[in-house]
Design a protein around this ligand. Structure first.
Ligand SMILES: [Cu+2]
Length: 450
């Protein structure tokens, strides 16, 4: 111990007896950690004001303790290992064992005290995006308060003046720390449980990474060329489905912390945006949508009545965002006759298969040698074959008879007889046969012809 540490220790001892009655509350709240990437359905709150918890896709909600009337949380910023999908692990930075971090849930009118411990190798801060709070609690390192040095714990404390859909993320070395996965949802439930009630309330954050196949750590200086498009740092086919009981009122909350916009499209329904990170949208200001653009640094919540049974795709409508790691420099070979070249290559490399001359759909069912720690660009199997998807894609599964609180996967929907697209087996018109020499060549033809 140096002289200063001794003095500090002495002062601490002198204060200890006077503050003994309070020591229980002077301790930090426990910093819970969650080691699974599976969706953890939070229980109904056992203390504090009641609310209907959100279900964070492939995530969880942070436990708290009540200290008098203050709800106390403990976030730990730290390196984490996130299973993005089976077969792909990423070494990220996150909170309490996961990226994205745990969802913070509280109720309008409550006062929260959030301890933030920094276990990163550099300073950090936490900005509470969308919340109305004192300037000094806003979490912009160097502006609101000094950044939190490695090894230190800072305390944020403020009143929740309104309900809504918010998020948290660092505002210190922001580009690096968000490229490494530091973000989480902050949901403030209405004080009045009769205000905008829903039966199921799903939430996820859009995050993008640039992780080369076979590597584990994102490139943090990437600005445009991301290759992993994630919901809560998960990619299809391992983003959990949104399981819904027929007739439920459903809310889906989505925040965008990538560097580009994402038009989120849900099949089977029209719906209305009912909330942004600015607050609730008055009924008179809503209009029907089937795709909603989530701008950069923004959040949207939409609602619908789940009256249509089925398996309904939900995905980003930028088609390269429903793919996993891919080469971005692929030339287009559609219509190209690579027969001659294929023959030459196959003399050197047995089993060589040219790709992409009839599109890229064959990649969904093709077995290819992949480097360790990556998954195919287009993958996932449905009841009728490969889905040829990746990245920001999941399925809303609406079924009859799903019990409240049950979010387990009910399997694939069975289309009732007469309600599924069928093959025409009668005579075909002449023009339906493809005889164009420009598009007729397929990889399989090459294999057959050798
Ligand atoms: Cu997108």
């Amino acid at each position: 111990m140096n002289r200063r540490q001794l003095l500090t220790a002495g002062a601490g001892l002198a204060m200890a007896s006077a503050a003994q009655a309070q020591t229980r509350f002077r301790d930090l709240p426990e910093a819970a950690s969650y080691d699974s990437p599976n969706t953890q359905v939070p229980p109904r709150p056992s203390n504090g004001p009641d609310y209907n918890p959100v279900v964070t896709l492939n995530g969880w909600s942070l436990p708290w303790r009540m200290n008098g009337n203050v709800k106390e949380f403990h976030l730990v910023a730290e390196p984490v290992e996130r299973i993005m999908a089976n077969g792909m692990m990423a070494r990220l930075w996150g909170y309490n064992g996961q990226s994205t971090g745990p969802t913070i849930e509280a109720v309008e009118g409550e006062r929260v005290r959030i301890y933030v411990t920094n276990r990163l190798p550099e300073h950090t801060s936490v900005h509470w995006h969308g919340l109305i709070l004192p300037s000094g609690m806003d979490g912009v390192g160097g502006l609101s308060h000094p950044a939190i040095p490695p090894g230190k714990t800072f305390v944020y404390e403020f009143d929740l003046t309104k309900s809504g859909t918010f998020m948290y993320h660092p505002h210190a070395d922001e580009m690096v720390q968000m490229a490494m996965g530091m973000m989480g949802l902050f949901i403030v439930h209405p004080r009045d449980p009769a205000f905008m009630p829903v039966d199921r309330d799903f939430a996820f954050l859009l995050a993008a990474y640039d992780i080369d196949p076979g590597t584990y750590i994102p490139r943090v200086a990437e600005m445009t060329d991301f290759n992993m498009w994630t919901w809560n740092s998960r990619i299809f086919p391992d983003i959990d489905p949104l399981v819904v009981n027929k007739g439920d009122r459903v809310r889906v909350r989505c925040g965008n912390l990538t560097m580009t916009n994402h038009p989120i499209h849900m099949h089977g329904y029209d719906f209305e945006v009912t909330c942004t990170d600015g607050g609730w949208v008055p009924e008179s200001a809503r209009w029907p949508e089937v795709s909603i653009d989530i701008p950069v640094g923004a959040m949207r919540a939409y609602e619908f009545d789940a009256v249509h049974e089925g398996d309904w795709a939900i995905h980003c409508h930028k088609s390269h965002h429903t793919m996993n790691a891919m080469g971005h420099d692929l030339p287009t070979f559609i219509g190209a006759d690579k027969r001659k070249l294929t023959g030459m290559i196959r003399r050197e490399t047995q089993g060589y298969m040219p790709m992409g001359t009839a599109g890229m759909a064959d990649m969904g069912e093709m077995y290819m040698e992949l480097p360790d720690n990556t998954i195919p660009m287009m993958t996932g199997w449905g009841p009728y074959g490969p889905l040829e998807m990746g990245g920001m894609f999941s399925v809303v599964k609406v079924r009859e008879g799903i019990a409240p609180g049950d979010y387990s996967d009910p399997g694939w929907y069975e289309n009732p007889p007469g309600t599924e697209a069928w093959e025409w087996t009668g005579e075909l018109p002449e023009e339906a046969r493809n005889t164009s020499p420009e598009t007729i060549i397929s990889p399989r033809d090459h294999v057959r012809r050798g």
